[in-house]
Design a protein around this ligand. Structure first.
Ligand code: FES
Length: 89
């Protein structure tokens, strides 16, 4: 079952709520709504896409190399498993 079929929502604090697109990373789903988010490598390496995960669970599509705290996620290489609430940095 894809993310859309499950109806997973991405809530960006102070910005918008949008659907998670099937087989897309958080970064790709957010970009699809024309919301600008910082990124550089798009490969879990640089940490530029780091943001706070306020609520929800994500899974990584690759093993990220960038350092993140327990309450942070890398948008470029993660997909939501549940509805998520994020605070962009
Ligand atoms: S854009 Fe480099 S870690 Fe996500």
């Amino acid at each position: 079952m894809s993310n859309t079929e499950k109806g997973i929502q991405i809530t960006l604090i102070d910005t918008d709520t949008l659907p998670s697109l099937p087989n897309k990373t958080l970064l790709e789903s957010i970009e699809a709504k024309n919301i600008e988010v910082p990124y550089h490598c798009r490969d879990g390496f640089c940490g530029a896409c780091r943001c706070k995960l306020i609520k929800g669970d994500v899974d990584y599509t690759i093993d990220p190399l960038a350092f993140i705290d327990d309450d942070e996620v890398l948008l470029c290489c993660s997909v939501p498993l549940t509805d998520v609430t994020l605070k962009l940095e």
